[in-house]
Ligand binder design. Structure first.
Ligand code: IMP
Length: 430
């Protein structure tokens, strides 16, 4: 059975949650490989909405195994809270269906304090982070001062590490960032206590994936955020601190590249972005407002209003190359109903010249202007369509044009928020 990776092709919020939920029906194991509680997906549990930031939505299926890979930064407060909320709603959560990599780095209160204080200090230059301490936790990982899940299980080592980290963090917080310092003892006690609760869940995720493969179980690797928020390939520095691209699944879950058999890229039928940074197809007019309100484009984690614009196929081409996409899932297509004409960005111009690919220089990227191709819109509601033939000809033409320009087949089209409001063109696990 093939293993599938699902990645966002834009700036996150492409609707990965729904696609992952659908694909989970055919997967045995679901693995998160990067990011942290900066991500968020809305789950409907027994009629009640719950937003999960860390636990994959596969947890709703009792027989699936959900794993949090070493590439994820874990805030144990958030993880425990999510476990509790799910249990209160009747979902069974235990070490038999949830595991956290012993190598996953842990978010501590000083990471959150630094994230907030740095953004405040940057003023207008701020990145617009989610404020969850994600960047500072990854900094410590690269700086070899991070605290891993396995350290939560060894109080003496945990104490030493927190103490030595706090010395430096408090100096930074107080002297440089003019923020409040943090106390060692309550932090140490709390993290020891959380470590005890999490002890049965802390495991070797790489080995668990290998075992699953040997038993013929297939794996769904779930990327968070999106390709253009990738620390290496995104619009740096307006990016997150990890690698959402498909290659990140190897490093962030502990698997070799040959274990990734199919990569599906999620493409929202238009583009959105939260936080700062260049956005070539951004619409600051009433069309942008219409997309924002119809698409309910507010962040699941921060509630921030998302910036909206036309679908950018130049960006998508980059994502196809960076992820090696085998297929696309087009989401939120129904949001475009009633907009006429539609526009697809098929190229960029910089200083009057056509550019071949997106410039790495942010200054140049910010000066790029989109080259649009117009496409006729449609007026009909499309949420009841279950096959491509059920769609109006203009909608099919819009999809065909995306396939034609990108050369990548569409495997799935989402035409509404509900699970059944989906057109499955190709079974990725088939
Ligand atoms: P951080 O990941 O909190 O450090 O935020 C860095 C940038 O990534 C900011 O622009 C955030 O808005 C953006 N970001 C982080 N997580 C998500 C997400 O799940 N969806 C969309 N944007 C995100």
């Amino acid at each position: 059975m093939p293993n599938v990776v699902v990645v966002g092709t834009q700036w996150g919020d492409e609707g990965k949650g729904k696609v992952v939920d659908l694909l989970t029906a055919n997967a045995d194991v679901v693995v998160r490989y990067q990011g942290g509680n900066n991500a968020g997906h809305t789950l409907v549990v027994n009629g009640e909405q719950t937003i999960c930031h860390l636990i994959p939505s596969g947890i709703l299926h009792a027989e699936k195994t959900c794993l949090i890979g070493n590439g994820v930064v874990v805030d144990p407060e958030v993880l425990l809270e999510e476990m509790e909320t799910l249990r209160e709603r009747g979902v069974s959560v235990g070490p038999e269906n949830l595991g956290v990599s012993e190598k996953a780095h842990i978010i501590l209160p000083y990471h959150k304090a630094l994230d907030a204080a740095r953004e405040k200090a940057k003023g207008k230059q701020k990145i617009g982070t989610t404020g969850r301490g994600i960047g500072p936790a990854y900094e410590d990982k690269a700086g070899r001062t991070g605290i891993r899940a396995v350290d939560l299980l060894e109080p003496a080592i945990l104490g030493e590490k927190i103490r030595s980290n706090l010395e430096e963090k408090n100096f930074l917080l107080e002297a440089f960032l003019k923020a409040e310092p943090l106390d060692f003892q309550p932090m140490f006690d709390r993290y020891c206590a959380m470590g005890e609760v999490l002890r049965p869940y802390v495991t070797d995720v790489s080995l668990a994936i290998e075992r699953a493969g040997r038993e013929g179980r297939n794996v769904l690797f779930e990327g968070a955020q999106g390709t253009h928020l990738d620390i290496d390939h995104g619009t740096y520095p307006f990016v997150t601190s990890s690698n959402p691209i498909a290659g990140g699944a190897c490093a962030g879950a502990g698997v070799g590249p040959r274990r990734l058999h199919h990569v599906n890229g999620i493409v929202k039928a238009y583009t959105t972005r939260v936080g700062a940074g260049p956005f070539t197809t951004e619409l600051t007019d009433e069309i942008g407002d219409a997309i924002q309100s119809r698409g309910a484009e507010f962040g699941a984690t921060t509630g921030r209003r998302r910036r909206c614009g036309w679908l950018d196929l130049v960006m998508l081409q980059d994502s196809i190359r960076l992820n090696g996409l085998d297929s696309l899932s087009i989401t939120k297509l129904d949001v475009l109903t009633g907009l006429n004409p539609l526009k697809l960005c098929v190229g960029y111009e910089l200083d009057g010249q056509t550019v071949e690919s997106r410039p790495s220089s942010l200054d140049k990227l910010a000066r790029c202007t989109p080259v649009y191709e117009e496409a006729p819109g449609w007026e009909e509601e499309i949420s009841s369509a279950r096959t491509l033939d059920d769609l109006p000809p203009e909608t099919r033409a819009y999809l065909n044009r995306i396939e034609e320009i990108t050369g990548v087949p569409i495997a799935l089209v989402s035409v509404g928020a509900m699970r059944e409001e989906t057109i499955v063109v190709k079974d990725l696990f088939g």
